[in-house]
Design a protein around this ligand. Sequence first.
Ligand code: G3H
Length: 504
Amino acid sequence: MIDEIEKIPNSLVMRDELNFKYYVSGTWKKSSSGNTIIIKNPFNDETVGTVQACSIEEADQVITVAKENLECWGDKTQRERADILMKAAKLMKEWANSLGYVMMKEIGKPLKSAISEITRTSELFEATAEAGLQQEGEAIYGDAFKGFSKDKMSMTYRVPLGVILCIGPFNYPFNLTGSKIAPALMAGNTVVVKPPSQGAISPLFFGLILEKAGVPPGVFNIITGKGSEIGDYLVQHPLINMVSFTGSSKTGQHLASVVGMKPLLLELGGKDAAIVLNDANLELTADAIVSGAFSYSGQRCTAVKRVLPMPGIADKLIELVKKKTMNLSIGDPEKNATIGPLISSEQCDFVQGLIDDALKKDGTLLCGNKREGNIMWPTLIDNVTTDMRIAWEEPFGPILPFIRTHSAEEAIEISNKSEYGLQGMIFTENIDLAFNIAQELEVGTVQINGKSERGPDHFPFLGTKSSGLGTQGIKYSIEAMTRPKVIALNLSEKGKLVKLCKYD
Ligand code: G3H
């Protein structure tokens, strides 16, 4: 691990060996609390490193610094900010292998996926810089409203919200944190990042990257610590102007209840259902389902989490999915096994509870239901009924239920009964029918003949119900992190041109 980190220039400023500091005002510091959080590799329980357990006082200092730097950062030209993001993107590409390696160690993501998470973030930074430069305002005459004339007109443009608190999740600690940082900075906001405890090390490297790319001290800051100790303090702080959070629905609902009157962007859980109609291309469908359900061992909000097949193809589809699932590699993330460790043993216990409940209620086990350490074998359960927990609860693990349905109407009903509304899928050759079903699904996005997924990153990404609040995606995130500013011009008689009009 240390060998990989040492390949990143200047990384010694941010750590003593593997004890990582937090970043404020362009300086790396140890918490005066003297407390640290130990990050363990979920695959083999080895210590990967430690991060600072910062105090409430330190949280206050970090936010104050971000506020103090708001005006000067906002005064930089858009072109200057875009150039900085472009430089940061270049550095991410250069350091992708080492950064991916660190991420693989701390969250157990397959090495190739971890590296591609870094390059995806680099591309997201580039695209955000480009989109930021396209921002436009509008001018409106008053005469469209009764009683007003062209003498009154508005000019509307967008201004930054202020200090944005960015809280990323453990499963995409670099990319989903970056997808908040890039639009926030591009739009002229300053930033405080609070990484998840598990997955805290990778996002710390944003400090090195952005400083080298030219972000002035204090514009971008990172505070590490336990959510239970500083979380509520951070989100409720009066100098925080917006909170952008990705994580569980439970935490999101808590944030929504305590945050007060400030904009909130929440990307939360899902229970994405794949409706498979009788005329679907079953090879394509099975490939999409297996990759959608099991990449990063199902620890994705957009994972395929339920399959609702129609009677004509159910047996054949389930057989195909089983065959492909049993071919998945299982084991060491460093060797790129598709199925690796879940993030914690508590998470494994939760997933096991869902399996046990389904089997107790006569679900049919097709494969899996095996655990070694934090690795859970991919588990398929057929004949799942709506009284089973797995029909409704989000596992965040490698378990996939088949709920056999008899009609598109029944599948729509079961899909919509979920407390979640992130994405839905329809597999069919009948695009007219797919379009009509898509209109009925109460979700943010419906995928036709494809697995549920967030990308490409310029698409709007949102959830309904317990799946979230607000919309992300490059231009949508920029919009969410800015507000309209209106200047109304009231022209007087003075200087009016005399026009002779034949209608007068
Ligand atoms: O876990 C939630 C992520 O937004 C999922 O992103 O669809 O690219 O895996 P993804």
